[in-house]
Design a protein around this ligand. Structure first.
Ligand SMILES: NC(=O)c1ccc[n+]([C@@H]2O[C@H](COP(=O)([O-])OP(=O)(O)OC[C@H]3O[C@@H](n4cnc5c(N)ncnc54)[C@H](OP(=O)(O)O)[C@@H]3O)[C@@H](O)[C@H]2O)c1
Length: 274
């Protein structure tokens, strides 16, 4: 028996489960408006108590119970924990369940081939912008998904995020772009801030000016269709400081480094899936 009541103000979302309720699961469920039908699992009882207190959800250490009590099951364990999870879920009928996986690398076929009678699978790649209601999430649907599944998945994944349906073949690249993106951008910004502080700038001044620069740059680019080169040209005059910095960056191979970061993330995503 599921924990849902059927038609309700959420537009019949049904009960929603989260297996592997860690950082990303918490970020997703925190953005779900009505969490009274959410059931989550992980192994740490203390962490489950904390989730109950923070979000008013139901919890259990029994992953099978999450499946049995819900209609839509998010799978949010690390890719390395998946085999163990499949063993635990062996024998449970998934024919009436929609599975939403957020695991990096793992293709839809992993779930249809390891979970009994499982045909309705969404492979999603969220990001931690969800922590501040500004996530970027891409998702692909299995051939077995019903028309309503796409709508339901979009509603859940669009909460606190901009969700976009894509082809599954693009998800490894999206993993590098927007899944890893918050860490890559933080790394770049942190390096800029540290360099300014190391050269004598007051840390608070460095941070305030950098953040406002990020805000202004984002705002300009979003209003001007990501016109990167045009904005660079507005800042960089010939023989000026910006041009000198750009030239040094190019000479040091900064574009090559960024491509290497992207390629390494894409490669690792593919490895996790094999
Ligand atoms: N972090 C990101 O930015 C990001 C972005 C996109 C996608 N993802 C994907 O999201 C998934 C989770 O990442 P995360 O950062 O949220 O990791 P995380 O915080 O480590 O969460 C994973 C959770 O799974 C639980 N777990 C492990 N084995 C389990 C089992 N057998 N049964 C039930 N729960 C189990 C762990 O809790 P216990 O030890 O208490 O069981 C842990 O809290 C990964 O597959 C990752 O590829 C992450």
């Amino acid at each position: 028996m599921t924990a849902r009541t059927g038609e309700d103000e959420r537009g019949h979302l049904g009960a929603v489960g989260f297996i592997g309720a860690g950082n990303m699961a918490a970020a997703i469920l925190a953005n779900i408006y009505d969490r009274s039908y959410v059931v989550a699992s992980r192994r740490s009882i203390n962490a489950l108590r904390a989730l109950e207190d923070a979000y008013g959800i139901k919890t259990t250490t029994d992953n099978g119970e999450v499946v049995r009590r819900t209609d839509t099951v998010f799978i949010c364990v690390k890719p390395q924990s998946l085999d163990e999870l499949f063993e635990e879920l062996a024998g449970i009928d998934f024919s009436q369940k929609l599975v939403i996986s957020i695991l990096a690398g793992k293709p839809i076929s992993t779930f249809t081939s390891h979970l009994d009678n499982c045909t309705r699978v969404v492979r999603a790649m969220p990001n931690l912008g969800l922590l501040v209601g500004k996530g970027a999430t891409a998702y692909a649907l299995s051939d077995g998904c019903l028309p309503a599944d796409g709508k339901l998945a979009h509603t859940l994944l669009n909460a606190g995020a901009v969700a976009m349906r894509v082809e599954e073949r693009d998800i490894d690249t999206i993993t590098a772009l927007s899944g890893c993106g918050p860490a890559f951008l933080s790394y770049f910004l942190g390096a800029m801030q540290a360099a300014a502080i190391e050269r004598g700038l007051d840390p608070a001044v460095a941070k305030a000016l950098l953040f406002q620069t990020v805000a202004g740059t984002y705002e300009y680019l979003s209003r001007n269709d990501a016109a990167y080169d045009a904005f660079i040209a507005k800042v960089a005059s010939k023989g000026g400081a910006t041009q000198a910095g750009l030239d040094a960056g190019k000479e040091a191979g900064i574009c090559g480094s960024i491509e290497k970061m992207m390629d390494a993330a894409i490669r690792r995503s593919r490895e996790l899936g094999s």
